[in-house]
Design a binder for this molecule. Structure first.
Ligand SMILES: [Zn+2]
Length: 128
C-alpha cells in the first residue's frame, strides 16, 4: 500500500512539474525582430489585395505577419509598446528570417507613414 502511495505521489509531482515547466516555456519572452508594414502595394507588392493570408481585412484589423511554422496563425503575442496582437498574416521576409534562426514579426499598421515610423527594432515578445 505504501509503495502505491509513493508511486501516486511521484506521478502527481511529475505532472505538476511538467505543467509548470510547460507554462514557463510558453510564457518565456523571446527576443524578436520587429518591423512595421501596412497593406499598401509598396509594403505588400503589386498583388496586394487588402486581405491577410488568412482572409482578414488587412485595413480594418490589427495583426502581425510571421512565419506560421514558427508562430502558427492565431497565436497571440504581447508586444512591448504595441499591445496584444494576433498572428494573421505572413511574408517572405519573415520566412527568410526564420531560416536564419531569427524570430521576425511584421506589425500591421493602417497607414504607410505609421509603418515606416515604427521602423526596425528588437523587443522581448511574450507568446500568450
Ligand atoms: Zn505600406
Amino acid at each position: 500500500m505504501e509503495a502505491i502511495k509513493e508511486v501516486f505521489l511521484a506521478t502527481v509531482i511529475g505532472i505538476a512539474f511538467c505543467i509548470t515547466t510547460g507554462f514557463y516555456i510558453e510564457s518565456r519572452p523571446i527576443l524578436m525582430k520587429l518591423t512595421g508594414y501596412c497593406p499598401c502595394k509598396e509594403c505588400c507588392g503589386d498583388y496586394a489585395n487588402g486581405k491577410t493570408s488568412i482572409g482578414r481585412d488587412a485595413w480594418k484589423t490589427y495583426g502581425v505577419a510571421a512565419d506560421p511554422e514558427l508562430l502558427p496563425y492565431g497565436t497571440r503575442l504581447n508586444i512591448p509598446g504595441v499591445g496584444i496582437r494576433i498572428v494573421d498574416d505572413t511574408g517572405g521576409a519573415m520566412r527568410q528570417s526564420a531560416k536564419e534562426g531569427i524570430w521576425h514579426i511584421d506589425i500591421r499598421f493602417h497607414s504607410h507613414e505609421k509603418a515606416e515610423e515604427f521602423g526596425d527594432r528588437e523587443e522581448y515578445v511574450r507568446i500568450l
